[in-house]
Ligand binder design. Structure first.
Ligand code: 3HC
Ligand code: NAI
Length: 684
């Protein structure tokens, strides 16, 4: 960490350089404190510009210090020190001023920013509230409604919008340091605005807080921080500055020590580590400037949309002109949906779609950098596609399959230059879901793999390396989830009781509702393939439902009944009869909700541990990311493996053994048993 002070006439410039993101470590807090002391006593200085080196302004408190006792100078005191400095400070923001970084900027008398900068208070994403006056000063700058929205959502705001909202004073196009110096020189000629601690908050109706609390609670699901953050904004709006600062600090310290915050910090670091696995750090990826997607069905259209969103030129290839027209229509509906939901304007949608070339001619792919295959899940069809690609594409073009269950090595058999082949397993809807499983074959070169990871970054995805097995990481665990859910039905639990238990655990949907939404046919097709391989998949009730054409919402019924045009699941008498018939020889028992959850989640942990032991996943954290970003596992629980560790591996093993004695689950695997003493599945 370095902090330098230089002078330009009567203006001092304090430059912070604390790579990678200028986080407010203890050393930096101390450095800024000393700078405020020095500059206050320097009569030649009339104002101070605070600017940062590197890719960003101060990105926040140093999250890696959160597990340790806080050391002085504490951030709230530092912000107050800057606010009370004898000379006005101006924050010169580039990149992101987030969390503690924005709080420091709020302590400054002025804020100027480059057009690409953004500001925000994302603390709730870490399970905490702003802890250095953010909830107290922001309502004084922007009013309670905007402050409540920004703080409870954690969403940052881009500079131009932030200026319109009064969060920053100027957006500057030219050199930031020079512009900030010019800005503050002019400001010195006029009476200074009062610091935020001396301003009052506009009064809002009491009903505002009740209505907002309802919205926030709905959005936060079971996360604690957003509602606690709203309490802080309310306190800041209704009480005095000092009392609100104390209330915020108490809330911050309380939440910082909470299990949710610990879990969310774990996810924060896992997400940041994911794009750069240590084994690939020395490999330079290839550049991807153009791509093609083969197949414009559910997945292909979504993958094309993801490329459009990343503003990468993409070619969509279909097998004939009718299928191409359907593919384009799938793609258009994705963008129409985004426009309807207000995510993008129709102009932006049109612009993004204009980057797509549509064709049935594989010959046009001679010069693309990457091709992703998303055709039917059929080995022969896929092999035929790759033999055509291998004939027309450049020898260094990356070739990828989006297969869910087939073996990528069999798909790639016989292609030219197999070192440029890999699996890129997107999740549906591919333009929305963040997870990308990256599946190398035994021939995949390091540069191909590294390019897969860099592509994930370009597409704003979270990449996780997965080994080859049936279902890779995510779908292999999903199979266990579904089998356990059916076992529960046979031992006396209704589908709606299973779904409501899993929702209470924090999933957005229960396993049966989710199957009805996605359709039961894909899994039925997989079971058929598994039986051909000599396996005996367990899905007695699902099998009967598919036999009756009950494929889920799209066929008017699945695990539940649906009325036309209504997606509300209604318990089905027909399904109850099938369950009763299938359950005839299974012992029935009474189930508590926590037992229902354990009977699904603990076998998932068991399977995930086997996946780790077989090195299908390299790290426990990777499994956490797969669960959170591919399957909606609650982020505030830190993912499946983090949850297992916090629950206690000994507990997990003991409960699994009890269920195994009842014939409800497989017994705990070796690695799980071996981990009881350390209590750890992830890296120490
Ligand atoms: N503390 C510690 N390390 C941090 C950090 C932080 N606040 N923010 C980022 N890092 C680290 C990352 O772990 C990563 O480390 P690595 O290189 O060893 O893997 C490195 O910085 C780079 O991070 P990214 O890969 O995310 O870099 P990008 O350039 O893609 O993104 C960013 C930059 C937008 C600033 C992004 O890092 C980010 O959003 N950071 C988090 C910001 C945040 O949440 N701030 C609030 C913190 S809580 C707080 O301030 C409490 C206060 O109210 C008291
Ligand atoms: P889909 O049936 O919706 O689409 C497949 C498309 O491929 C069709 O439009 C078809 O016309 C086209 N196609 C078939 N043969 C072709 C050829 N020779 N050349 C060009 N186009 C051809 O299937 P879906 O659901 O999009 O799945 C595609 C792949 O993605 C499968 O391998 C599937 O396992 C995988 N996948 C599916 C997920 C899902 O949720 N649907 C999730 C992740 C992966």
């Amino acid at each position: 960490m370095t902090l330098t002070i230089k002078q330009s006439g009567n203006i001092a410039v304090v430059t912070v350089d604390n790579p990678p993101v200028n986080a407010l470590s203890q050393a930096l807090r101390q450095g800024l404190w000393s700078a405020a002391e020095t500059l206050d006593s320097d009569p030649s200085v009339e104002a101070v510009v605070l600017i940062c080196a590197g890719r960003t302004f101060i990105a926040g408190a140093d999250v890696s210090e959160f597990g340790r006792p806080p050391l002085p100078p504490h951030l709230p005191d530092l912000v107050t020190r800057i606010e009370k400095a004898a000379k006005p400070w101006v924050a010169a923001v580039h990149g992101s001023a987030l969390g503690g970084g924005f709080e420091v900027a709020l302590g400054c008398r002025f804020r100027v920013a480059t057009p690409s900068a953004s500001v925000g208070l994302p603390e709730v994403r870490l399970g905490i509230v702003p802890g250095a006056g953010g909830t107290v000063r922001l309502p004084r700058l922007a009013g309670p409604a905007l402050a409540a929205d920004m703080i409870t959502s954690g969403q940052p705001v881009r500079a131009v919008r932030a200026q319109e909202q009064g969060l920053i004073d100027a957006v500057v196009e030219d050199d930031l340091e020079t512009s900030a110096i010019d800005f503050v020189r002019l400001a010195l000629d006029r009476p200074l605005p009062p610091p935020l601690c001396e301003r009052s908050v506009p009064v809002v109706d009491a009903s505002f807080w009740e209505t907002t609390a309802k919205t926030v609670a709905q959005r936060a699901k079971r996360e604690e921080a957003p509602l606690r953050a709203l309490d802080c904004v309310r306190k800041a709006s209704e009480g005095g500055f000092e009392a609100a600062m104390r209330f915020e600090r108490e809330t911050f310290l309380d939440l910082r020590a909470s299990p949710q915050a610990e879990a969310l910090r774990h996810v924060f670091f896992a997400e940041r580590a994911a794009p750069r696995p240590p084994e690939l750090r020395a490999t330079t990826p290839r550049q991807i400037r153009s791509a093609a997607v083969i197949g414009g069905g559910t997945m292909g259209a979504g993958i094309v949309a993801a490329f459009c969103d990343a503003e990468l030129p993409v070619t969509l290839v279909e097998r004939d002109s009718a299928a191409l027209e359907r593919g384009l229509s799938n793609l258009r509906s994705i963008f129409e949906g985004s426009v309807k939901r207000g995510k993008i304007s129709s102009d932006v949608a049109e612009k993004r779609l204009s980057g797509v070339t549509a064709t049935t001619d594989y010959g046009t792919l001679a010069d693309v950098d990457l091709v992703i295959e998303a055709v039917f899940e059929d080995l022969d069809v896929k092999r035929d596609v790759f033999s055509r690609l291998s004939a027309v594409c450049r020898p260094d073009a990356l070739l990828a399959t989006n297969t869910s269950y087939l073996d990528p090595e069999q798909i790639a058999a016989g292609i030219k230059h197999p070192e440029r082949f890999l699996g890129l397993h997107f999740f549906s809807p591919a333009n929305v879901m963040k997870l990308l499983e990256i599946v190398p074959t035994r021939d995949t070169a390091a540069v191909t793999l590294a390019t897969g990871f860099s592509l994930a970054r370009m597409l704003n995805k979270i990449p996780v390396r997965a080994g080859i097995c049936d279902g890779f990481i995510g779908n292999r665990i999903l199979k266990v989830t579904r089998a356990q859910a059916e076992r529960l039905l046979l031992s006396g639990v209704a589908p709606q009781a299973v779904d409501s238990a899993m929702r209470r655990f924090g999933l957005p949907m229960g396993p049966f509702e989710a199957q009805d939404l996605g359709g039961l046919d894909i899994a039925a097709f997989q079971r058929q393939a598994a039986r051909k391989r000599g396996e005996t998949p367990f899905a007695p009730v699902a099998e009967r439902l598919c036999g009756l054409g009950r494929f889920g919402q799209k066929s008017g019924g699945g695990w539940y009944d649906y009325e036309k045009g209504d997606r509300t699941p209604k318990p089905s008498a027909a399904v109850e009869r099938i369950i009763a018939a299938e359950a005839a020889s299974t012992p029935q028992r009474k189930w508590r909700e926590d037992e229902i959850i354990d009977c699904i989640v603990l076998p998932m942990i068991n399977e995930a541990t086997k996946i780790l032991d077989e090195t299908i996943a390299a790290r426990a954290e990777d499994i956490d990311l797969v669960q959170i970003h591919g399957y909606g596992f609650p982020r505030f629980r830190g993912g499946l493996m983090h949850y297992a560790e916090k629950r206690g591996i000994g507990d997990v093993v003991a409960i699994l053994e009890g269920f195994a004695d009842e014939g409800l689950v497989e017994g705990p695997c070796d690695l799980l048993r071996r981990s009881v003493n350390s209590g750890r599945l992830g890296s120490p």
